[in-house]
Design a protein around this ligand. Structure first.
Ligand code: XIL
Length: 314
């Protein structure tokens, strides 16, 4: 009835989902919530399908942890978002240290993407993650520095060849509001589409701050959809400077509602994923010093006001 995935589906969306991670799955109080497909219709592995986890040395693929997540999704009746094929971060040093010529790196990208997408067939994939700097220029990483922007189409094409039915995404943050980075992404979508490169969707991560959710989110989602792609909110969390107060928790409730209503209002927005549902396992405190409590369930696995905000947003 009132659970989050059911509410999303009642609005015509494909899912409401969450990130999860292998080390969390022994927590039975946690999995009791995670495994409820009425609550979560989709899961994303937070780490276990990244390059360092799946191809730690060249040509040697390790799928054990990724398979645990994929099998869990299957047994729970949940969709899987594969995350991710090509990203500058969490790369094994054999890739990040570079030194490859363009033909060799092309082949390395093709092998990595086609092996992942071929292993987990019929899924959604973040094929490219975080290609841009905040000023809209290309991120200087081993892929861009060796191949220029062509690495994006190399990766997308390899993914499409490996699985004609996969949904292929580019995923990014700070494109949720008008500005140079959103414009750069829109220009990339236009250019890939006009050259016939396979691209199905744009993921907007939505790592937000309480009281600072972009008011133009719905309009941005609509602008991407107008370019002929679907969109998804892929990593939603809304952090605050600690300690939490009632006022901050109430603002957070409103902020969650704002984000969910933006997706609900845009037909091409297919679903929303939170970047884990509980403060117990959020990445935020480890990454943003002094900040936290970004999730809709607290560290004791109790629903926060933010949960009601999500309900109200649908
Ligand atoms: C994060 C994970 O949640 C952490 O456990 C890990 O230590 C670092 O990466 N954008 C992304 C995700 O696309 O892959 C990141 O996940 C969070 C930011």
């Amino acid at each position: 009835t009132g659970e989050l995935n059911q509410l999303a589906k009642a609005k015509g969306k494909l899912y409401f989902g969450t990130a999860t991670d292998n080390n969390e799955l022994s927590d039975t109080a946690y999995t009791a919530i995670l495994d409820d497909h009425n609550m979560f219709g989709q899961i994303t592995p937070a780490n276990s399908m990244k390059w360092d986890a799946t191809e730690p040395s060249r040509g040697t693929f390790t799928f054990a942890n990724g398979d645990v997540i994929a099998n869990l999704a299957k047994s729970n009746g949940q969709l899987l978002r594969g995350h991710n094929c090509v990203w500058y971060n969490q790369l094994p040093s054999w890739v990040s240290s570079g030194g490859f010529n363009s033909a060799t790196l092309t082949s390395i990208i093709q092998t990595h993407c086609s092996t992942l997408v071929g292993h987990y067939k019929g899924q959604v994939w973040d094929v490219v993650n975080e290609p841009f700097n905040d000023d809209g220029t290309w991120r200087s990483d081993v892929f861009y520095n060796t191949l220029g922007q062509s690495y994006v189409s190399i990766a997308l094409q390899a993914a499409r060849t490996a699985d004609p039915n996969a949904k292929l995404y580019i995923n990014e943050y700070n494109i949720e509001y008008a500005g140079a980075k959103a414009t750069a992404m829109m220009n990339l979508v236009k250019s890939l589409k006009s050259s016939g490169v396979p691209l199905d969707g744009i993921g907007l991560q939505c790592h937000f701050i309480v009281g600072d959710v972009p008011t133009g989110l719905q309009s941005i989602l609509q602008q991407f959809v107008a370019l002929g792609v679907e969109v998804a909110i892929t990593e939603l969390d809304i952090r605050m400077t600690l300690p939490a107060t009632n006022a901050l928790l109430q603002q957070q409730e409103k902020d969650y509602q704002t984000v969910i209503s933006a997706c609900a209002a845009v037909e091409g927005c297919v679903g929303v994923t939170v970047w884990d549902f509980t403060d117990k396992y959020s990445w935020v405190p480890n990454t943003f010093s002094g900040q936290g409590e970004a999730c809709p369930w607290d560290a004791n696995l109790q629903k926060k006001p933010a949960y009601s905000g999500i309900v109200a947003g649908w």
